[in-house]
Design a binder for this molecule. Structure first.
Ligand code: SF4
Length: 443
């Protein structure tokens, strides 16, 4: 089996290619390749393509899958570039028989940024509550890898991580269990990680990219210019939560409120991408809504403790309205029908629940067309009112509980449901207590 490089001998590009070729031929496990569209993973993918292309056609049998994530809120220019690259990779693989697939993985609509923010009321993420990376970046990769492992048993995952990126990264890479140059993935035990460009400097990466055209075509000078405009690093493909925040001076989501300033978006705006002006403005709005001092957050947490809680339902309505306006202004498709339905469903079980038409009203106001199926049933509403009156339960509480049960049954899970129902009952109790206190005061 191949031994990758020792730190005391800085590798030449040819050494890396030799080592990859040896690993390809001596180790039967299929390969996965993390690709983010940034410089490091572009170099990594270029090396993998060159390795396979250098072999005689009859030896190119190893299944290889290039994996890239699209959070659905990526900076438009970046996602356009990445989609084009993946497309060219597929075409060249087919034309030259490289046996390399390229996949763009997205979070489910259920876990999209907007469904979590507008539907569940999660505040825009910060360093302490960074709910987005797991749901939007790690889970789609894990789901894909787990599904492939069912067929393959074990796999090698190549990543473009480099020690020179930061001292924290260098320490982490040095501390992981390694065998024959491969490290075991901490969460997916059947996945072994390879870091072929681990010991390269940033200059060496750029030198390679600018001197060697990619096998799939496309000019790395475009990438170089993008970096110059974005004036930041990159967001590597996220494979576990132990990695540093992806929201750290990189090409990340345009909605990212984890970073203080979104230099990538600012750089692209300065370079003439006018769409970024409105998107950056909306990011400022998200920061305003996250701040508990601005009255956009519940004063109690989801678990009924004092402290800033989810976004209020009014705040969510305001944000949805502004987001649909942004969609019109930029011409970018920001929200899918499926996400709108999910948001509507979640509003029914929120505090101060919606009547089931809130999203449809905002959509028809903003888009000028009705939502195709508001999924609401007046007869059902009457029935709920009747049951609530007969049993002495508050109708809104009953509706919230039913909506919550529906939410869980549609996603085929039960774990967490009893707690969620308990929180709704605690809300009901709190509401009644404050109403009776108000009555005592009036009397
Ligand atoms: S770039 Fe920011 S918003 Fe996007 S997943 Fe990373 S931390 Fe979250």
């Amino acid at each position: 089996m191949s031994t990758l490089f020792a730190p005391e001998s800085p590798p030449l590009y040819a050494d890396i290619l030799d080592s990859l070729r040896e690993l390809y031929l001596d180790d039967p496990r299929p390969w996965l390749v993390g690709f983010s569209g940034g410089k490091d993973s572009t170099m990594l993918a270029a090396l993998i393509f060159s390795t396979v292309a250098s072999l005689p056609p009859e030896q190119r049998t190893k299944p290889i899958a290039v994996l890239c994530t699209d959070t659905r809120v990526e900076i438009p220019a970046i996602v356009e570039m990445v989609e084009g690259t993946l497309d060219r990779m597929r075409r060249v693989s087919l034309a030259r028989g490289l046996n390399i697939e390229a996949h763009l993985l997205r979070p489910t609509a259920e876990q999209s940024f907007w469904v979590n923010l507008l539907g569940r009321g999660y505040p825009p993420p910060n360093r302490l509550f960074r709910w987005c990376t797991q749901r939007m970046k790690i889970d789609p990769v894990t789901a894909f890898v787990t599904q492939r492992l069912g067929r393959w048993g074990e796999a090698i995952l190549h990543l473009g991580a480099r020690r020179a990126e930061s001292s924290t990264r260098a320490q982490k890479m040095a501390g992981r269990e390694a065998r024959n140059g491969l490290r075991r993935h901490e969460d997916l035990p059947n996945v072994w990680i390879s870091n072929p460009i681990e010991f390269l400097s940033t200059e060496e990466v750029w030198a390679y990219l600018l001197q060697h055209p990619n096998l799939w075509g496309g000019d790395n000078r475009v990438l170089y210019k993008l970096y110059a405009h974005a004036s930041g690093g990159e967001c590597p493909i996220q494979i576990d939560t132990k990695n540093a925040s992806c929201g750290n001076s990189r090409f990340g989501c345009w909605t990212c409120t984890v970073v203080e300033r979104d230099r990538a978006s600012e750089g692209l705006l300065a370079a003439g991408d006018e769409r970024m002006e409105a998107l950056l403005g909306f990011r400022e709005t998200l920061l305003h809504y996250r701040d508990p001092n601005n009255g956009k957050r519940d004063p109690v947490t989801k678990k009924n403790q004092d402290g800033p809680g989810p976004l209020t339902i009014t705040a969510r309505r305001e944000l949805l309205t502004q987001l649909l306006q942004l969609e019109k202004e930029t011409g970018l498709p920001l929200l899918s029908e499926e996400e709108l339905f999910l948001i509507q469903r979640l509003w029914k079980s929120a505090r101060d629940p919606d009547d089931g038409y809130g999203v449809a009203r905002i959509v028809s106001e903003q888009r000028g067309i009705p939502m195709s199926d508001p999924q609401q049933d007046d007869q059902l509403r009457d029935l709920e009112d009747r049951i609530a009156a007969e049993t002495g339960i508050c109708a809104d509480t009953l509706r919230r509980m039913l909506a919550k049960v529906n939410e869980y049954s549609e996603s085929h899970r039960a774990m967490g449901l009893p707690d969620e129902l308990l929180h709704i009952l605690q809300d009901d109790l709190r509401q009644h207590r404050s109403e009776s206190n108000a009555l005592v005061l009036v009397r």
